[in-house]
Design a protein around this ligand. Structure first.
Ligand SMILES: Cc1ncc(COP(=O)(O)O)c(C=O)c1O
Length: 395
């Protein structure tokens, strides 16, 4: 066993309180630590390993690409990038693509695009309305976009141009709209904020307001996109289309990538307006093409919907058994379980000890976001562990 925890303490900036487990291997929905202990992974790299760990479709695409061409500059055409762009456009309501390397870069780029649109079409309007409890990333501008004081306060003053309003309240968006507003940016389901679902008509009402005012609607589907909530993109379930959409996380099943896509009318960048050294990197794009193609060809979003419902039903049964569970909510395989007190940390530890990895999304809530290829049998196993873990806490 290595002294990894000591090395972390000595060499890494302390930006996260880690779970005391060193993972060395993954396959499907399972990971192993350095002592050979096996865990069922319901965190999946924070909703990233959509096809599970080291899926052959992804590992083969990556291996082939690293043997062929790893990186070029965007001065040149590269085939994996173009194939992926075509696949994303042909399977979404958007027309044009910009590749980057992470979620924060994708949302930041989307906001830059909206500001450019505002300059060209809305008399220089530049403000973006976002919601409380949202999460859009860790760059300074995206911290300003993220409506959570805990992420903002350490960095005040923040860049201007963002207004955070109540989620699920279209009147709040209307009240915040001014002649300086160029866009509204929303997560269809708030992920990091605790898996908060919108009312059925919220997104439609926001879309109608954006149309009425001639401003853009940006959907941040970094967590909800690529099958996670039971359709390829969450917007499909709400009967609306965004003008701009961001993706990252599950897009390449673990290889870092980000993207924002826009409708033709919102695709207003011209050469030099935006760029990225690694954006559209051939290896990342090959991994992403393999992931998205597999998800589409094998209806993995359908699996997320069906197994997500099965899992939710099981969690509901646990809610009936344990009085301290106050809520079970989610869409597809993005699900939260809330408690009546701050036992999230204790529940996480109790699951860990029994071989199940979960995320404590709030002090009083767990979040489950397993690989989208998860089976009923693996869900049964997770439910059994949760039952025992919660029984241990109750006693
Ligand atoms: C909805 C949403 N947007 C943006 C981000 C930021 O992504 P990244 O951590 O890749 O920068 C996240 C990450 O959790 C997210 O959930």
């Amino acid at each position: 066993m290595g002294n990894w925890q000591e090395l972390e303490h000595e060499y890494l900036m302390h930006t996260v309180d880690r779970v005391p487990v060193t993972l060395v291997k993954g396959e499907g929905a399972r990971v192993w630590d350095e002592d050979g202990r096996e865990y069922l992974d319901f965190v999946a790299g924070w909703a990233v390993n959509s096809l599970g760990h080291c899926h052959p479709a992804v590992t083969e695409a990556v291996a082939e690409q690293v043997r062929t061409l790893i990186q070029t500059s965007n001065q040149f055409y590269t085939i994996p990038q173009l194939r992926l762009a075509e696949l994303l456009v042909q399977n979404s309501c958007l027309d044009k693509v910009f590749f980057c390397n992470s979620g924060a870069e994708a949302t930041e780029g989307a906001v830059k695009l909206a500001r450019r649109y505002g300059k060209l079409n809305l008399n220089g309007a530049y403000e973006v309305i976002t919601t409380m409890n949202s999460f859009h990333g860790r760059t300074l501008a995206m911290v300003a976009a993220t409506g959570q004081a805990k992420f903002q306060e350490p960095y005040l003053p923040l860049p201007i141009g963002f207004t955070n309003v109540e989620y699920n309240n279209v009147e709040a968006i209307k009240a915040a709209t001014s002649d300086q507003t160029c866009a509204v940016m929303l997560e269809p389901v708030q992920g990091e904020g605790g898996v908060n679902l919108p009312d059925d008509d919220y997104l439609r009402a926001v879309r109608a307001w954006c149309d009425q005012k001639g401003i853009l609607l940006i959907l941040d589907e970094i967590q909800t996109g690529v099958g996670r909530v039971g359709t390829l993109f969450a917007y499909e379930q709400y009967g609306i289309e965004p003008d701009i959409m961001t993706l990252a996380k599950g897009l390449a099943s673990g290889v870092p990538i980000g993207v924002f896509l826009a409708k033709d009318r919102a695709s207003v960048f011209t050469p030099g307006d935006h760029g990225s050294t690694f954006g559209g990197n051939p290896v990342a794009c090959a991994a992403s093409y393999a992931t998205v193609k597999f998800i589409i060809d094998h209806d993995i979003a359908g699996n997320a919907k069906r197994v997500g419902q099965y899992f939710t039903n099981g969690l509901e049964k646990l809610k009936q058994k344990f009085q301290f569970i106050t809520d079970v909510r989610g869409h597809g395989l993005l699900i939260a379980m809330e408690f009546n007190s701050d036992i999230g940390g204790a529940a996480l530890t109790a699951c860990l000890e029994r071989g199940l990895l979960v995320n404590r999304v709030k002090p009083n809530a767990l979040r489950f976001m397993p690989p989208l290829i998860i089976s009923d049998k693996e869900v049964d196993e997770a439910l059994g562990i949760l039952d025992k873990a919660l029984t241990g806490i109750a006693n």
